[in-house]
Design a protein around this ligand. Structure first.
Ligand code: PMP
Length: 376
């Protein structure tokens, strides 16, 4: 059976391959510290679990409206200062990203992806048979420079993906930059997908949201901010006509997010528990960020992350070779930079969504690996 051409250009994720190597190493009894994890290492808070159980008993076990339950839509609308008619709840941010891609990326059009970036954007563009235009951001602190965007823009660009705080670099873009990007997109009638999934996980400046801007589809969710990756609740904020187009895909794709999960999240957003849960988690991430950054900057060239839970140092030589050797010799797993687009061949992503105890050992091992010394 022949695979459809829309998926034949997509390679099964390198992150997954690394994950499999890690699992194999563990089975062989190696003491592996995994720094390639893309989700918070915290359990979903008991308060949320309790509320979800109650909601299930109350009958939140059916479909909800395609737009989500009213309590959740209005809690999200309030947080972002928009009308609840502009909010659609989805089965995770991933569903929202695919919906927006299918709704707005015309076959043969161009899709702009700043590099480095979350690898799924490349897959969405390929599935829609678009041409990917990458803009390297390495010389600009990993933030998309609006002037560089202007240089590649033409009427054939259908979509621009931006993601701040960024996966894999942790950098945050300022308000002026994001507004400039939205304005350029509007001038060319392109859609900006602003993936703001890490917007609650920041350490310095508060990330600016493009919610409420023309031609912008904001994608977000609760996977990261409430440590709920397995619950599959995300959302979109966009103008109503854009939501209409997204609905055409959503109604046959995710349909709705799990209803008990929606109910539990609506309650913790409304009673203030959500904020406390995120704050506690971010305090711990901040401690780890400070520690990991202070260690890495003595070893590599590295930009200080201001959000999310990743850091993207530049290593000497090829990132795949570095990652495989580090795993084999020192038992530390991380993600090679090439998973995140062009120009990242000598970078690696380190996730600090793992305990401080493990991070301490991992940093020692990395230091020994680079500077020579005893093996693990
Ligand atoms: N966007 C980015 C930038 C991410 O890192 C991730 C998760 N790795 C997602 C979206 C997907 O989130 P969700 O679990 O809500 O689908």
């Amino acid at each position: 059976m022949a695979e459809a051409s829309r998926v034949s250009g997509i390679s099964t994720s390198l992150i997954r391959r690394m994950f499999e190597i890690v699992e194999r190493a563990k089975r062989e009894g190696k003491d592996v510290i995994n720094l390639s994890i893309g989700e918070p290492d915290f359990r979903t808070d008991d308060a949320i679990i309790e509320k979800a159980c109650e909601a299930m008993r109350e009958g939140f076990t059916h479909y909800t409206s395609n737009f989500g339950i009213p309590e959740l839509r209005s809690a999200i609308a309030e947080r972002y200062g928009v009308d609840e008619r502009n909010v659609m709840v989805t089965a995770g941010a991933s569903e929202a990203l695919l919906n927006a891609s299918l709704a707005f990326i015309e076959e043969g059009s161009s899709v702009v992806i700043p590099s480095p970036n979350f690898l799924s954007y490349f897959s969405y563009a390929k599935m829609c048979k678009a041409k990917v235009v990458q803009i390297k951001t390495h010389e600009n602190g990993f933030v998309l420079n609006p002037d560089s965007l202007n240089e590649v823009m033409d009427r054939n660009v259908s979509m621009i993906f931006v993601n701040y705080p960024n996966n894999p670099t942790g950098v945050v873009a300022d308000r002026r930059t994001l507004k400039a990007i939205a304005e350029i997109a509007r001038d060319y009638e392109a859609i900006v997908v602003s993936d703001e999934i890490y917007d609650q996980i920041y350490y310095d400046k508060k990330p600016f949201s493009l919610a409420g801007y023309e031609n912008v589809v904001v994608v977000n969710g609760f996977s990261k901010s409430l440590a709920m990756t397995g619950w599959r609740v995300g959302f979109v904020i966009a103008e109503e006509d854009l939501l209409d187009s997204i609905l055409k895909v959503h109604q046959v794709n995710g349909v709705c997010a799990p209803s008990f999960a929606q109910k539990a999240i609506a309650e913790v957003l409304t009673d203030g528990t959500a904020e406390k849960i995120t704050k506690r988690m971010v305090e711990e991430f901040r401690r780890r960020r400070d520690f990991v950054y202070s260690k890495l900057k003595g070893i590599f060239e590295v930009v200080k992350p201001e959000g999310a839970f990743y850091v993207f140092p530049k290593v000497n030589g090829d990132c795949i070779e570095f990652a495989e050797k580090l795993l084999l010799e020192k038992g530390v797993a991380l993600t090679p930079g090439i998973a995140f687009g062009e120009g990242n061949e000598s970078y690696v992503r380190i996730s600090y969504a793992t305990s401080m105890e493990k991070l301490k050992v991992a940093m020692e091992r990395i230091e020994e690996f680079v500077h020579g010394g005893k093996t693990a």
